[in-house]
Design a protein around this ligand. Structure first.
Ligand code: FAD
Length: 461
């Protein structure tokens, strides 16, 4: 019989509560208590965990950064959480064109470690987001239009499959598994233990933030949605529309050479002309400092590193994709919905909002058949985010955000698999479109017993 190896934490151990919980603070973790969490230190620990679970018929959940919106990576009744977050090595190749990265690293650590070698690849802006979930589901960030999604930069993945074997997938080895590992979503085919990514040399970038008065809503949304997906690839932006009636665009211009940095003024000009802003802030800074800025990290107060899983929230988020600009009536709908935000009994941890994340560019040029990412034609992603703190405010907030998304369905398509939402109808079709058929075939080949499963996992048939 196989034994569990690595750092094994059970309900009897100190640190159990921290070990078992996810980023989302609202779930009833007692309703689906695992029997243990194994923090794997090396690939062999993952192999042992999979074999042990198979021999003992125990359900498993792979886990990395714990940021699954529905906390499915942390909720498995009497099961085993196989956590890779201690596996966080980073080594850049001597040629400087690739980096091999442990599957458990989070965004800020990764940005810092790559930064030491003067390279990067597209990362998420959430500092504690895990690399595994991000990559396997796609991965948007402030360099997406320049270098594609995180998964577009993946060159190889090492995975422990349901049989306990270690397999490598790349364009030439097990290409079907490699295809599925780029957008097919985490928790479906095996447990990633290491990734090899193409990396890009980084220099200085221009980071910008522009704020407009609420009265400019229609003009700014109309201008942004034709500008953001079509502006030069080096510029990625997102437009944040807050229930506090604030309208802000942020983003990053990542030129190939510092000499091109002043172009930011010309690139932003159409947006500045769309309506008079109340504030414009443009900073030139090293790529790593920009990453820290987007991740909200104050370098003088790095204590989050000591207790990073104290970074939790009560929230509900969802997504949709837009392939044609919103017609005027859809823009009016967005504004009305934001203004109709319910009155809560306690201030939320942060304002609820929708964010529009600019697509197109390098992400849009990858042929749809090349990876499992279905929504290549998206001009932008809509992210719906609702926050509350007092339990009695949960229902009103959830009703508001769920209705918001539902009302915009006529103007949007599908959903982004990394923004897991248990309220979606036909979620797998929304995430994967026609790729679902191929994903099921690949699942059947690599996991015929459906060992890796959770509420929205890819079935074998
Ligand atoms: C605060 C916040 C900020 C975010 N910012 C961004 C952003 O900027 N861009 C963006 O694209 N997305 C963003 N996301 C969404 C994020 O990409 C997804 O939530 C992602 O799935 C998180 O991955 P994780 O490893 O942290 O989560 P986990 O909950 O650990 O895992 C997510 C899924 O992957 C599976 N999984 C985990 N590890 C492995 C593994 N090693 N092998 C196989 N399967 C595994 C899990 O079982 C689960 O199904 C954000 C989310 C949050 C909460």
């Amino acid at each position: 019989m196989t034994e569990l190896t690595g750092r094994v934490i059970t309900p009897a151990d100190a640190g159990w509560e921290t070990a078992r919980r996810g980023f989302a603070l609202w779930p009833d973790y007692d309703a689906a208590t695992p029997r243990a969490v194994v923090f794997c230190q090396e690939t062999g620990d993952v192999v042992n965990a999979v074999r042990w679970a198979q021999e003992n018929r125990v359900p498993v959940r792979p886990r990395c950064g714990r940021h699954n919106y529905e906390a499915w990576s942390s909720l498995v009744k009497d099961g085993l959480i196989i956590d890779v977050s201690d596996m966080d090595n980073v080594s850049c190749s001597s040629s400087g064109v690739t980096a091999r990265v442990g599957a458990g690293i989070d965004m800020l650590d990764l940005a810092e470690r790559l930064g030491q070698s003067g390279v990067s690849f597209p990362l998420a802006t959430g500092k504690t987001v895990g690399l595994s979930g991000l990559t396997l589901g796609g991965g948007f960030g402030v360099a997406t239009r320049k270098w594609g999604l995180t998964c577009d930069n993946l060159r190889e993945v090492e995975m422990v499959i349901a049989s306990g074997e270690i397999v490598t997938a790349s364009a030439t080895k097990n290409p079907d598994l490699f295809w599925a590992s780029r957008g097919g979503g985490g928790g479906n085919f095996g447990i990633a233990t290491a990734f090899t990514f193409a990396v890009h040399k980084v220099g200085n970038v221009a980071v910008f933030s522009v704020t407009w008065p609420w009265e400019a809503f229609e003009a700014v949304v109309a201008a942004w949605q034709t500008w953001a997906p079509n502006v030069e690839d080096s510029l990625t932006s997102f437009l944040t529309l807050l229930t506090t009636r604030t309208l802000t665009m942020q983003g990053q211009f990542t030129p190939d050479s510092d000499a091109d940095l002043p172009q930011i003024n010309t690139l932003l000009a159409p947006m500045l002309a769309a309506a008079g802003p109340t504030a414009v802030n443009i900073q030139m800074l090293p790529y790593l400092n920009a990453a820290r800025l987007f991740m909200g990290v104050d370098p003088l107060q790095p204590e989050w590193r000591v207790q990073k899983h104290s970074d939790t929230q009560i929230f509900k988020s969802s997504s949709a994709l837009v392939t044609q600009p919103f017609p005027p009536e859809a823009t009016t709908l967005l504004k009305t919905r934001l203004e109709d935000y319910p009155t809560l009994s306690a201030a939320p941890s942060q304002p609820s909002m929708i964010q529009l994340l600019g697509g197109g560019g390098a992400m849009g040029r990858v042929p749809r058949e090349d990876t499992a990412v279905w929504h290549r034609a998206a001009q932008f992603v809509v992210q719906y985010d609702a926050y509350w703190t007092a339990p009695q405010d949960g229902k009103a907030t959830l009703d508001w955000i769920n209705a918001f998304r539902r009302d915009t369905i006529p103007y949007t398509v599908g959903a982004y698999v990394n923004y897991a939402d248990d309220q979606l109808k036909n979620p797998l079709h929304q995430y994967y479109g026609d790729h679902l058929t191929k994903l099921k075939q690949i699942k059947k080949h690599w996991d015929p017993g459906n060992f890796f499963r959770f509420p929205q996992s890819i079935p074998v048939s």
